[in-house]
Design a protein around this ligand. Structure first.
Ligand SMILES: Cc1cc2nc3c(=O)[nH]c(=O)nc-3n(C[C@H](O)[C@H](O)[C@H](O)COP(=O)(O)O)c2cc1C
Length: 201
């Protein structure tokens, strides 16, 4: 019986080989080293439309995600994510929160909620948390400062919850200002440890 874990990385950054991509690659490499199967999804390579707030996906009750009327790559992306045991979710901080690419994806995860019109707030369709997640963020500001002063961590926690995952670690790359994304030794070590944790989680 194959007991290896499947770890899926979601890259919300615009820059391939940028800080987020590099950190996620290192976390996945570490998980692979421990025997995990890994897959990386670049949100920028997927055709993902903006949510139009039609709420069709939120009207019918049930534990399975609702069906979106938009025809794009979102269903395939979510199927890949649902097939994972663990997730690595990464986004840069732009203008005080996660960047727009990640936000657009987050809004499309509304299908995991049940929210009939004329009711005050959505409910999670399936509140059972089955997966583990590592959250990866990067900012030009120092990590500690950005962590407290921006809404980015809250947004990624929200996204993890919608995808049925509980965060078990956060890697925040501060002072991410250079064109070449070279992680510090400390960040590399943390990436390695987090990858190991996901592979056995
Ligand atoms: C439009 C824009 C807005 C940004 N806003 C912020 C910000 O509010 N706070 C911050 O610390 N860094 C900000 N940054 C810097 C990015 O966070 C940084 O370039 C990014 O984390 C690098 O990640 P990447 O290599 O994956 O692209 C901004 C960058 C851009 C392009």
């Amino acid at each position: 019986m194959d007991t290896s874990k499947k770890v899926v990385g979601i890259v919300g950054s615009y820059r391939k080989n940028g800080f987020i991509d590099t950190a996620i690659a290192q976390i996945l490499a570490s998980a692979e080293h421990q025997g995990a199967e890994t897959q990386k999804i670049y949100l920028q390579d997927q055709h993902i439309e903006f949510c139009t707030n039609c709420r069709a996906c939120m009207q019918e009750p049930g534990t399975q995600r609702g069906k979106c009327v938009l025809e794009d790559d979102m269903d395939g992306v979510l199927q890949t994510i649902e097939s994972a045991d663990s997730l690595v979710i990464g986004a840069p901080v732009n203008c005080g929160n996660v960047n727009a690419l990640t936000r657009r994806f987050l809004e499309r995860c509304a299908c995991y909620g049940y929210w009939p019109w004329d009711t005050p707030a959505p409910k999670m369709r399936n509140p059972t948390i089955r997966k583990k997640a590592v959250l990866v963020l990067s900012s030009a500001a120092p990590a500690l400062m950005a962590r407290w002063l921006t809404g980015a961590l809250g947004a990624l926690k929200n996204l993890a919850k919608m995808l049925g995952a509980k965060p078990i670690g956060v890697l925040w790359i501060g002072l991410a200002n250079s064109q070449e994304a070279e992680l510090s030794d400390k960040d590399k070590k943390q990436a390695q440890q987090l990858g190991q944790k996901l592979a056995v989680a």
